[in-house]
Write a protein that binds this ligand. Sequence first.
Ligand SMILES: [Zn+2]
Length: 293
Amino acid sequence: MGNIKVLGSIAVVFALLIFILSSPLYVSISFDVERDPTQANRGGESFEGIEVVDSLLDVMEEHGARGTFFVTGRIVERFPKTVKIIGTRGHEVGAHGGFYHDEVIAGLPVALQKEKILETKTQIENVTGERVLGYRAPGHRLDENTLLALEELGFEYDSSVVPSIGGRALYKHSIFSPDAPYHPNKGSPFVRGDMGMLEIPITPVFINGNLDSLLAYQGAAITRVELLLAALECKIKKKPMVLYLHPGMMAGTSDEASSYRGGEYLISEFDAALTFLDLLGARYVALEEIKSL
Ligand SMILES: [Zn+2]
């Protein structure tokens, strides 16, 4: 009998392993490219992180990873070449609010939000030649008018919702929001409804509780255990893993970053994290591809 139990347990573990290895893991790497928030708070304007975009693109190319970069209007104006390169190297470029990152547009009437988002959308399209389909609200501040504006402008998805304890501290966010892609409600971006566009929530990290899902603000790279747990949850729930990152946090040269190891260290951590995800069978997709999975 003992032998049968042992054999049974081995079979269960084996079956679980087969399930984990064989079920697909879709991973969307998303970057918000904006000015450095610490500098911005002091009234200055700094674009830490722009200098590491090329390195990030190299790492992603090595892993055959197509990702999504959300940019503000100011970034497009100031660094059109960088935005163009992101596009020509095969990645998706999405809109990150209006012109300035710190300009809060949630709360404004639909027509005004539409005007401001359209400005950024048009700027991006003029540089990349590709239609902009995705949006991420700066500071995750979005409301029902943002969604209406996006839908009227032909956007196919928004990716701003953070369904976690960390997200609860954000503008009107809820820990109870769906954690897999959903069609939002016309009256609230945070609950299911029948809008045509998709809401693609950011995958929260369990342990460190930080919003930057791969490389936390402290510069401590996410542990393999965290990555493994997130990957298993995504596989079991059959939902994509949406990684949320900022080049500015990886540059390691800003005031905020000076307290941690950034630059080369975090770039190589990013590379190592993707190698780990490769082992788990990651298939990298830009956010715009999620609707057709
Ligand atoms: Zn942002």
